[in-house]
Design a protein around this ligand. Structure first.
Ligand code: ADP
Length: 256
């Protein structure tokens, strides 16, 4: 089967006020469940959204500024986020397995091997793996990039054939996309293709954390490891997962 790692950002899973949006989770799960049901594709999801899911239950009205409270919100929210995925996949009779990782785990042999074996086994047993950063012990993803980097490392870990980065924008633009006259870049053959292009941070304050910078970085890590990357809007997830022409395609630059 073709193995695909899909990463979805907070901005694709939250309401306008920053809480977890159950309808958006269901819409994403509808696509993922349908694509995997054919049996030709194995999917690993890297999902952000734990902090968002923890806000309302802790009486917070917006994402806190201090790291410790963000971690507390993530702790409350992670269980709720996975419960949401579990309920949503249950509509298709699919079990969800939670995997919490840090980027450190990827560089420690024993951790790396165990994580990889657990993911393989979950897939072999027909369960659906949902990965997130272990925010209690690691804060890289809270601070920079909302799991983009973690997704690239996971793609490498599971020997993925494709990494799909889902966001609130339909690709990398050749300048700040809020300015007129900028347009989507359809393909990146090598990192130098993006030289001189303004890759900026998130437009909407508060929800996403890395903007386009960390996504392009993640795409480069995966491409260098021999894994092509599609970066597109979450509404085009079905196209991206079934090999359709959408978003920005990063060709693999390295060998697997
Ligand atoms: P997510 O929460 O999905 O991870 P972010 O909000 O962190 O996403 O990042 C996506 C945002 O990055 C876009 O909505 C856009 O405002 C911003 N951005 C900055 N520069 C670019 C660019 N060159 N191309 C595309 N998007 C860009």
């Amino acid at each position: 089967a073709r193995r695909i790692v899909v990463k979805v950002g907070s901005s694709s899973l939250t309401t306008a006020t920053g809480g977890l949006d159950a309808d958006r989770v269901d819409a994403l799960v509808d696509v993922l469940a349908k694509i995997r049901s054919g049996g030709e594709r194995e999917i690993v999801l890297v999902s952000s959204g734990a902090i968002a899911a923890g806000l309302a239950p802790l009486g917070l009205r917006r994402r806190p500024k201090d790291l410790a409270r963000q971690q507390a919100a993530a702790s409350v929210g992670q269980g709720l986020l996975v419960a949401r995925y579990t309920a949503s996949f249950a509509r298709y009779g699919v079990r969800v397995g939670q995997i919490l990782l840090t980027s450190d785990d990827m560089s420690r042999r024993a951790h790396h091997r165990n994580a990889s074996r657990t993911l393989d086994k979950l897939l072999a047993m027909g369960a659906f793996p949902v990965v997130n950063e272990n925010d209690t012990v690691a804060t890289d993803e809270i601070r920079f990039g909302d799991n983009d980097r973690l997704a690239a490392l996971v793609a490498h870990l599971v020997h993925a054939d494709l990494l799909v980065l889902l966001s609130d924008i339909d690709g990398v633009y050749d300048g700040n996309p809020s300015k007129p006259g900028t347009s989507r870049i359809a393909e990146v053959r090598e990192p130098a293709d993006l030289d001189g292009i303004e890759i900026g941070s998130a437009g909407k304050a508060g929800v996403g954390t890395g903007g386009m910078v960390t996504k392009v970085e993640a795409a480069r890590i995966a491409a260098a490891a021999g894994i092509p990357v599609v970066l597109t809007n979450t509404v085009h997830a079905a196209d991206a997962l079934s090999g359709g022409d959408t978003g920005t395609y990063f060709h693999a630059t390295g060998k697997r």
